[in-house]
Design a protein. Structure first.
Length: 408
């Protein structure tokens, strides 16, 4: 099930009366309500047995933050406060459940914006105490790993371990080795019987900008609005073979060969635009269009010259090449059985195609979440919470936000 997406003001009002619907899928043994509020999406979902999505609701804050070109933490916290009750209620209604029917509450502890995290944690703790249900703290990054397994389960597939996992978004670009925790059963990551938890080892990370952050900054520079990833991806596919006005070479990093760095690439785009004043008139025309509310691909494409489209394509080529090169090199070093790619940038069409082609050529199977499950959502939090629930890893009333929470 794809998340139900709402924009600001669309969520039904916060009616706190108890739900009268009785849950379906009574054969499901454990149903967990997941709550996600780490950044700028207020999300709630119900997932059964860690793999079956019964509901998924996401309230987007894009319209709130768009005029600032990025997420404003104080505004994000206020929106979470306003949205969290109706979002949770909607998720329960979609799952045809009452609050009393859930077996546990899973909530994101970190990493993320501290104020935003506190909204979800406080509400989750309150629900758990009132319902006398277990509270499970979840690392947001582990949620992204489980998003891949949620999607694979829907198609009857299971990624084999060990795997290399790339989590790539507006806030994160990091590589992990994913293995079965000590004592886990062999072969598949999630067997039919028993509980298998994952163990993680960090292989590499970004030293500056995350990939999604670089997309946002380049889109702002070119007058293409926020968020930058989706619009740049579509424009990059519209070049029709126009040669690039500049060539960006491979990104060089010293030390760990699996670390990323996108700040220099973003700066290279900036310098190129500054050195070519012919870009200025069309950038201004696009900025004026954004002010008028004209931000759709069909509205911005006619305002982009072939030169701009080719520049966007060259930028995306450099980002995708670097992400794929380092991930597959890490996979070879650890003798990975599969490649997992998750996070908001995992929705990028060129990234998906390139990974599938190159991983396939190397005899590796690559797994992505659906585009809806790539971005922040609560289904992945509920899925990750299930395995911690089964392992008896519960939180108590002292649970607090950890904006720099480590996965490994």
């Amino acid at each position: 099930m794809s998340p139900t997406l709402y924009r600001r003001g669309e969520i039904p009002g916060p009616d706190l009366q108890p739900l009268e619907c009785v849950a379906q899928n009574e054969s499901m043994s454990v149903r967990i309500l997941g709550i996600e509020s780490s950044c700028d999406e207020t999300a709630a979902a119900v997932v059964a047995d860690g793999r079956e999505i019964l509901s998924s609701v996401v309230a987007s804050q894009i319209d709130v933050h768009r005029k600032y070109g990025g997420v404003v933490p104080e505004l994000a916290s206020r929106e979470h406060l306003r949205q969290i009750v109706p979002v949770v209620r909607e998720a329960l209604e979609q799952a045809k459940m009452r609050l009393a029917d859930v077996d546990a509450i899973g909530v994101t502890q970190g990493p993320g914006l501290v104020g935003a995290l506190l909204v979800g944690i406080t509400y989750g703790k309150t629900l758990a105490a009132a319902l006398q249900k277990p509270l499970v703290a979840v690392n947001h990054l582990e949620g992204h790993v489980h998003a891949v397994f949620l999607e694979a389960h829907k198609s009857g597939r299971e990624p084999k371990l060990p795997a290399v996992c790339l989590i790539v978004s507006g806030g994160h670009t990091v590589l992990y080795e994913v293995t079965k925790a000590v004592g886990a059963q062999p072969e598949m990551a999630v067997p039919q019987e028993g509980v298998v938890t994952f163990a993680y080892r960090k292989i590499g990370q970004t030293r500056d900008d995350a990939a999604g952050e670089a997309y946002d900054k380049v889109a702002k520079l070119l007058g293409l609005g926020y968020p930058g990833g989706p619009i740049l991806d579509r424009l990059a596919a519209a070049t029709n073979g126009v040669p690039a006005p500049v060539k960006f070479g491979s990104i060089k990093t010293r030390g760990n060969p699996y670390d990323f760095s996108f700040s220099g690439l973003k700066t290279a785009v900036l310098y190129h635009v500054r050195e070519h004043p012919e870009y200025t008139p069309e950038i201004r025309s696009r900025e004026e269009a954004l002010v008028r509310g004209e931000r759709k691909y069909e509205q911005l494409l006619p305002l982009c010259s072939p030169q701009t489209l080719a520049l966007v394509r060259e930028f995306q080529n450099a980002v995708v090449r670097d992400l794929v090169d380092r991930t597959l090199a890490a996979a070879e070093e650890i003798s990975a059985e599969s490649v997992l790619v998750s996070g908001g940038v995992a929705a990028n069409s060129q990234l998906r195609t390139t990974f599938e082609e190159r991983a396939g050529a190397n005899g590796l199977e690559v797994f992505f979440p659906s585009r809806a499950l790539s971005t922040d959502n609560a289904a992945m939090i509920a899925a990750a919470a299930y395995f911690r629930f089964r392992a008896g890893q519960f939180a108590d009333a002292s649970l607090n936000a950890d904006p720099s929470l480590k996965l490994a």
